[in-house]
Each structure stands twice: as structure tokens, then as C-alpha cells.
Design a protein around this ligand. Structure first.
Ligand code: 3HC
Length: 308
């Protein structure tokens, strides 16, 4: 990280998948320094490959010059991390598991790993001993309580939700979600980071699903009920919403893009948090997840997709 330019934040992004690689892409496009972490070389390499492809596309579309692309590529660093947390470890006196990285330069960590509280909390607990005390921790969670995640770290005032939307390089919105403990200056810095990456930050309070998934997921779930009950076939359901409501994608097509497992997990968070049966995941959604039909990423969901 020694070669990183001054005055540009350094952002650690944990999770090189659909959301993480997209967040890394927009941060690099904004001339920020990025450290991309995941649990295996194969995952990190796959994420980096998609980022490089995205940056090349930015040049084709004249969103970046070739020189800017080369600078962006040079600002990308990658590392492997394990989410297993040695018991009773404090980090002090322990050698860093990231010998080639100087974490002291990190301004933000944005976590974009699987939508499970334990996994997300573990990411922050593993990294915390190596991060500067002033670094801000952010979670890209779609629905898990920011307040609860913040409480699992030693820096609850410097913890915030930064919820990006898929596909990240295209979608303008970032929900900025303060937990109960989040300091106002942490929110200001998170808003500034999102804006610097070309996004439109909208501050919303920490309630299950925030605003986006509180409204979107029940609509998707209801579309699956329509399909299950034979109200219409998948194309029929989607066409009604596209042609009648001007949605760019139908809800079932969108569920395939998001991932049916992610949709089911978010419905479960809403269901368990509010204890209201209106949020029960549709049995057809559960069945498709059980079959491994998760949408675009597995080649089959409500529609079929050619594998990459
Ligand atoms: N991944 C990455 N990039 C994509 C993409 C994808 N799946 N689909 C389209 N794009 C890119 C294209 O490559 C193109 O980029 P370019 O400027 O380099 O050519 C750009 O998007 C526009 O693509 P199209 O010209 O094909 O435009 P469309 O008009 O078909 O728009 C869309 C594509 C932007 C995906 C549009 O269909 C859309 O807005 N769909 C709704 C997406 C949405 O609702 N996302 C939010 C999901 S909820 C979420 O993420 C929250 C989470 O917590 C669940």
C-alpha cells in the first residue's frame, strides 16, 4: 500500500462476490485504494477478474481514460483471509495474517459476505486487531441489524450500514444506515464515501430490511405466491409488473438476479424480526432454494441462464 496516492481513502472490501467485486469496482473507478479480501485465492482471483473486465468496459464507454484505468488497476490489492477467530486472541503480540499488507492505512472496511450474522460478525472480529482505531467498519447487509453487528465489534460508534444495490456499478442508491450507537460523524463519513463513488446516499434508520428490502422483498415473495397458485406463469407475472408498473425487470427476473437464497434469507429476517406471518417465505421459494435453483448464479431460477 506504500504506493497508494495520498488524499484518497483506502477501502478494505471483504467478499469478492457479486456485491463485493461491484463495490470494489466503483471505489477504484473513483480513484480510491482498494484491498479486496476473500477466503480463497480462487474467489479473490474471480472477483479481481470481474473488476478488471468492468474497468476495461469503463474505458470502452468513455467513463474512464486508459490512464485512469491503469491507475485504478495499480490501486487494487488482494489478500486471503480466514473467518475463523482464534479463541481468546487479542491481536496484540500476534503476527498479522496479512504479512504483505499494511492495514494501518485503512480508512474503511466494507463487509459484503454471506447474509449470516455470525459470519459477518466474525469478519469484523478477525480484522479489528489489525485495523487503525479510527477506521470505519461498514456492512453491506441487506437486512441484518446494524445495531447488533456494531455491538459485536469494539468500535460501535464507528460502525454503519452501507447498503449497495445490484448491479453495483449501475445502481445509483446506497442506503446509509446508522445503528443505535453510530456517531453522527461516522454517518457523515459514510455518506461522503458513497457520494465520492458516484452514488446517491439515502439515510434510513436501522429496522429490519431498512426501506429497500422491507418494500421490495414482500413484493417478490408475493410474485412467487402468484406463480405457485397459478395466477400466471413466470413471464406473465413479470410482464404485468414491467408493462403495467414500468418496472425495469419483473419481480421474478429480479429475484433471479439477486439470488433466491438471498431473497429467502431476507424474508426470514423480516419474518423473525417482526414475528408477522405476512413475511413468511413462499413455500415455492423455499423449495427452489432447497433444489439449489438460486437464479442467475446457478444457471437456473425462475428462468434458465447460460453458465459463464
Ligand atoms: N451485472 C452487471 N452489469 C449489468 C447487469 C448485471 N446483471 N445488467 C446490466 N448491466 C449493465 C450493462 O452491462 C450496461 O453497462 P454498460 O453501460 O457498460 O453498457 C448497463 O448495465 C445498462 O445495461 P442495459 O443497457 O442492458 O440496460 P437495461 O436497461 O437492460 O438495464 C438494469 C439493466 C440496470 C439491470 C435494469 O434492468 C434494472 O435497473 N433492473 C433492476 C435492478 C434492481 O432493481 N436492482 C436492485 C436489486 S435489490 C438489491 O440489490 C438489494 C439487495 O439487498 C437484495
Amino acid at each position: 500500500m506504500e504506493n497508494h496516492e495520498l488524499n484518497q481513502p483506502t477501502v478494505g472490501i471483504v467478499g469478492a462476490g457479486q456485491m463485493g467485486h461491484g463495490i470494489a469496482h466503483v471505489m477504484l473507478r473513483a480513484a480510491h485504494n482498494v484491498v479486496l479480501l476473500d477466503t480463497s485465492q480462487a474467489l479473490v482471483d474471480a472477483g479481481a477478474k470481474r473488476i478488471l473486465k468492468g474497468l476495461a468496459r469503463d474505458v470502452e464507454k468513455e467513463r474512464l481514460t486508459e490512464e485512469q484505468r491503469q491507475h485504478a488497476v495499480a490501486r487494487l490489492k488482494t489478500a486471503i483471509m480466514s473467518t475463523s477467530h482464534p479463541a481468546n486472541s487479542t491481536g496484540s503480540g500476534r503476527s498479522s495474517p496479512f504479512p504483505n499488507l499494511d492495514f494501518s492505512a485503512l480508512d474503511f472496511i466494507i463487509e459484503a459476505v454471506t447474509e449470516r450474522f455470525e459470519v459477518k460478525a466474525s469478519v469484523f472480529q478477525v480484522l479489528e486487531p489489525y485495523c487503525p482505531a479510527e477506521a470505519i467498519f461498514a456492512s453491506n447487509t441487506s437486512s441484518i441489524s446494524i445495531t447488533k453487528l456494531a455491538a459485536a465489534t469494539k468500535r460501535p460508534t464507528k460502525f454503519v450500514g452501507l447498503h449497495f444495490f445490484n448491479p453495483v456499478p449501475v445502481m445509483k442508491l446506497v442506503e446509509v444506515v446508522p445503528g443505535l450507537q453510530t456517531a453522527p460523524e461516522t454517518v457523515d463519513k459514510a455518506i461522503a464515501l458513497a457520494a465520492s463513488a458516484g452514488k446517491t446516499p439515502v439515510k434510513v434508520n436501522d429496522f429490519p430490511g431498512f426501506v429497500s428490502n422491507r418494500v421490495l422483498m414482500p413484493m417478490i415473495n408475493e410474485a412467487v405466491f402468484c406463480l405457485m397458485e397459478g395466477v400466471a406463469d413466470a413471464a406473465g407475472v413479470d410482464n404485468v409488473m414491467k408493462l403495467g408498473m414500468n418496472h425495469p425487470m419483473g419481480p421474478l427476473e429480479l429475484a433471479d438476479l439477486i439470488g433466491l437464497d438471498v431473497c429467502r434469507d431476507i424474508m426470514l429476517v423480516l419474518y423473525e424480526s417482526f414475528r408477522d406471518s405476512k413475511y413468511r417465505p413462499c413455500p415455492l421459494l423455499e423449495k427452489m432454494v432447497a433444489a439449489g435453483w438460486l437464479g442467475c448464479k446457478t444457471g437456473r431460477g425462475f428462468y434458465t441462464y447460460p453458465r459463464e
